[in-house]
Design a protein around this ligand. Structure first.
Ligand code: OGA
Ligand code: MN
Length: 282
């Protein structure tokens, strides 16, 4: 492999040293895909990609998903950047800020919106928060692979339901009942243990988990909490302290992620693309 990188942490993350031109190179993209399978999170410090360059790189890696596309008003011109999802609390940008606040809690993208959540997410930092705004990743591949065999077998039989309501629940006042909430109560079941194309497995976890199918609620909640604690132990985590221009990509179902709280007026702006599937090697 010609790609130059070093490990961020022994069990998760690779910091890739790349020149801007490489992001348009198909062979480099192939090597990134391979490295992603191995390391779960790839960090490209100061890649400084434009939206167009981020789209070109995304398209070399796989098939883009329109998951989470920013809302467009009728009749408004769609410029090229409408293919980029802007993650920001800026009130000038039309979006449902509830979902942006929900990123402050451990989650995986798209688990409440579709049966096949995105394979990978790419985020580049356009504007960083002065205070807070770091993004943390917790490898649920490492979490799965280090479990005792007996527990792997037991968890491999289970499915869990994930809902938007559970995902936004931490933001809502306790007096707000599901029927008072004005969002969409979308919910999907997923296996608790996800098998990736590489054959590696991970745990599908996050704040959106509502229930483990067929289990008593109290037992499910206790199991979810314990699995989340297991998965977020320091050795499985990487915390990214953003510099403007950094690009980070990760296997969406291979790691939970969350953002350290930041202020509405911090100016934090991230540009996101999601990959529905990775390209299959020729
Ligand atoms: C998201 C998300 C991370 C970040 O948009 O789903 O988790 O660093 N963003 O803003
Ligand atoms: Mn996210």
């Amino acid at each position: 492999m010609a790609i130059r990188y070093e490990h961020a942490k022994p069990l998760v993350g690779a910091i890739v040293d790349a020149d801007k031109a490489q992001f348009a190179d198909a062979q480099f993209a192939d090597e990134c895909r391979e490295l992603l399978e191995e390391r779960t999170v790839l960090i490209f410090p100061e890649a400084n990609l434009s939206d167009e360059e981020q789209i070109v790189f995304s398209d070399l890696l796989g098939m883009r998903s329109d998951y989470g596309a920013n809302m467009q008003e009728d009749g408004e011109d769609e410029d090229e950047s409408s293919e980029i999802y802007q993650v920001t609390l800026d009130p000038e940008i039309k979006m449902d800020t509830q979902y942006v606040y929900a990123t402050w809690f451990w989650h995986m993208d798209g688990v409440t919106a579709m049966q096949d959540p995105p394979a990978a997410t790419l985020i580049s930092a356009r504007n960083v928060a002065g205070d807070g705004g770091q993004t943390e990743f917790a490898s649920t591949i490492a979490a799965y692979e280090t479990l005792p065999d007996k527990q792997k077998a037991m968890l491999g039989e289970l499915r869990a339901s994930h809902s938007v309501y559970a995902g936004v629940r931490p933001l809502l006042d306790y007096s707000i009942r599901p029927e008072d909430w004005d969002g969409t109560y979308s919910k999907f079941d997923h296996p608790l243990v996800w098998t990736h194309e590489s054959g590696r497995k991970s745990l599908v976890l996050g704040v959106q988990m509502e229930q483990i199918v067929g289990m008593k609620m109290i037992e499910a909640r206790a199991m979810i909490q314990r699995l989340m604690e297991w998965a977020t132990q320091p050795d499985f985590k990487y915390r990214h302290n953003w510099q403007e221009g950094d690009l980070v990509m990760w296997k969406n179902l291979g790691a939970m992620h969350r953002v350290a709280p930041y202020k509405v007026d911090s100016g934090r702006m991230m540009h996101r693309t999601s990959l529905a599937r990775m390209k299959v090697p020729a």
